[in-house]
Write a protein that binds this ligand. Sequence first.
Ligand code: RAM
Length: 514
Amino acid sequence: MERYTIIENFEPKNDPLLLAKAQSFLPVLKHTEVSPKAAFFLSESSGTANTPVDLDASFSLSLGPGSHICYDFGTHWVGYVTLALSFTGSHPDAPAYIRLQFAERESELYESEENYHGWISKSWIQQEYLHVDKLPASLRLPRRYAFRFLKLTVLDTSRKFSVRINDLSLDAVSAVDLSAVPDVSFEDSMLSRIDAVSVKTLSECMQEVFEDGPKRDRRLWLGDLRLEALANYATFNDLNSVRRCLYLFAGTRFPDDRVSACLFTDGEAVADDTWFSDYALLYPVALAEYIAHSDDREALHDLYETAVFQLDRAVAACDTDGIVSAEDIEAAFIDWAPNHEKSACMQGLFLYTLSYGRYLARKAQDADREKAFAKAQELGRAGARARFWDSTNGAISSGIQDSSAARIWLTLGGVLTQEEAKHALLVLPAEVPLVSPYIHHYYLEALLTAGEKEAALQHLKFYWGGMIQQNADTFWEIWNPEDPDASPYGGTIVNSYCHAWSCSPSYFLRNNLL
Ligand code: RAM
């Protein structure tokens, strides 16, 4: 399902003061030198056993045209690779032509660029074609990669020489240090593993900003930021990184003060010309949670207007029954499921975010706003019950798409009673599946709102545990157990397998919410 926006001549509105403050919170990246842990020859087809190669011996192999070697770095890393290459045989009389493929999961090594015809760029596929004119050579690849596995294939040399890998190392980077995370023991080994993988996922995504995924898109998305911040408070508790990202979103925004769905942050921060109505409303949520956690009065002062503007705008756009506007429904993301009608989802989300707006208004002693948000919430809840909920049958009204996400957001928006929410959530409709860990986070939140702690725990084990059973070192962008090869982009080769919005189990587990 293609989804992108192009606004001709888009000029973000920048606030130099906020951007300067954001810059002053830039983290200093920590570097770790990592060596490969194992070497192997990849088998012909996925699912059949590889041939292990002694790691030391791999550094004396003569790799002629067509031969390959794979390295396993033990777990997922983000960083810069250095390769020391030399030759065997006669002096090279031609360049060595080499292909490098980086993979977060081993299965990616079986995928090929030629078979990918999706709608996002194939430039995201993690690979390099190198011509090495002079051997021996030490090459530090300029591009940062996110991977556990590296496959090197010699595409061609000449009749006179073969390639030898003398050394291979990785300069891994992250804003945080895994050892800074307090040890917590969980009785259940699956929960311990889920927590550890969540923490690893988060640490890999925490770079100069909270990236959505270090493989792709490698930028700051608002919906992802909110969940990363929650997991961060319970683990690294790096407040500067959260503060930096909140300042960035306010520092470069749409000309009419809406916050962008994402920012480009490699170099000067620039707002993308993409606006998601739901992500914009999560800005006040992320700010409220940051303020509640840090009591940072300066940030409240600096960012309050940007935050409440997002809600003011949505409130003003509602109809007289307090129902979210058609434009806002059209611009909602919610999840990657195809054929999703989002009116009920967006209504619930709007009502949910108003609670955070009320909290911010109280903190800022802005009584008029508090009152306005409370009124909009009351009106919007009554309107939502009339429009989206059939109280007689205890179900979504006929004519409205009965999606799992609609049930989740109507619960979180306070539209359903606890009893109604329990019935709505314990057995979900199959029609529009929940496909990303992002919406599964909100499913857990909704189950907790409905008082269904045990069901939430079981779901966490089932859903995130499902990725663990597939040997996940980090959690993924997309996971639909019913359709393991799903991709919103038209090919799993561009899916991200270390994706920020999947790291929230640590938030639930470490805060004892389950
Ligand atoms: C994916 C991004 C990001 C998310 C958007 C909506 O493409 O990687 O995680 O926020 O979708």
